[in-house]
Design a protein around this ligand. Structure first.
Ligand SMILES: [Mn+2]
Length: 299
């Protein structure tokens, strides 16, 4: 057996139906006896999480009485254990045998902040993403093509499946509790890691199949544009310098949802988080958004 630290996989879920048990069963195949799966049921009404603990004694279910969203659910699940490694998995994935050992290995390296796999479409496995990058001032993301066969850094890891050491997770405070519903919590986490001097590492030898939202499947975390815009603006306020933030605002100022979204950002702890993040980071936002993302440009 390996001498790697124990692993907890945190799986936030909301009305995922059969996907959830399928994902948990798949995750267990790569884990040791000493590892754990913590399912955080974000107020599901379909009963999909009810019988999960009978699948395997390593599985525990935590239930939120009201929906708190992905970022807060992940942080809640992480607080349920004390394992040295944390993975955060969507509830609609399948993973290959040996995923845990392969992904945990780079986490042992100095300054590796997070690791992630190649993400493939569940129903069209030839459609694959090898990490992402920010491609404009509006914080749009684009998927990256392959760059190599051994682990290498990318600006943003796919949030559907991401691993981090407990120490790094606690130093950064985990996912931003202020991110609502769904959207931006993963790029935010990766940006925060890079700005603190950690790298986000893609592991090409592991491909996780993910049920993408486009197409006819269950409404899980439904994309709500108003909430997403709040998250985008919060991200900018927290991480961007004045000039970049001005360009972000210019990208959205004509959007009908903008006034309410901006008001929501200022009626929150965003400026407090900005002070904390910007006082404790190792690099400027120019270094991250320009230097770190540019070499990946495909156009
Ligand atoms: Mn997903």
């Amino acid at each position: 057996m390996t001498d790697r630290p124990r692993i907890t996989v945190v799986v936030p879920t909301h009305n995922e139906g059969d996907n959830l048990a399928r994902a948990v069963t798949s995750l267990l195949t790569g884990l040791d006896e000493r590892d754990q799966v913590v399912v955080v049921d974000d107020a599901s009404t379909d009963g999909s999480a009810d019988a999960l603990e009978t699948i395997d004694e390593r599985v525990a279910v935590v239930r939120n009485e009201t929906r708190i969203g992905v970022a807060a659910s992940r942080n809640t699940g992480a607080a349920c254990t004390d394992t040295g490694i944390l993975f955060f998995s969507d509830a609609h994935v399948t993973v290959p045998q040996g995923w845990a050992a392969a992904l945990a290995e780079p986490l042992a390296m100095e300054r590796t902040g997070a690791v992630g796999p190649v993400l493939a479409s569940m129903h069209a496995p030839d459609i694959q993403g090898w990490g992402l990058r920010f491609c404009d001032d509006a914080t749009n993301l684009e998927w990256l093509p392959p760059r190599g066969r051994t682990a290498y850094p990318v600006p943003v890891l796919p949030g559907a499946f991401i691993g981090v050491s407990r120490a790094v997770f606690e130093e950064t405070g985990g996912f931003d509790w202020g991110m609502k519903a769904y959207g931006m919590e993963d790029p935010e986490f990766c940006t925060h890691l890079w700005l603190r001097g950690y790298s986000c590492v893609l592991v090409p030898s592991v491909t996780v199949k993910h049920l993408f939202r486009e197409g006819n499947h269950l409404p899980a975390y439904q994309l709500d544009w108003s909430a997403s815009l709040v998250n985008v603006l919060r991200f900018g306020v927290v991480h961007m310098g004045r000039q970049r933030l001005a360009r972000l605002v210019a990208s959205y100022v004509a959007d009908p949802a903008f006034p309410q979204a901006l008001a929501a950002v200022f009626d929150s702890d965003a400026l407090h988080r900005r002070d904390w993040v910007q006082a404790s980071r190792a690099y400027s936002d120019d270094w991250y958004f320009d230097v770190c993302n540019r070499p990946f440009a495909t156009g």
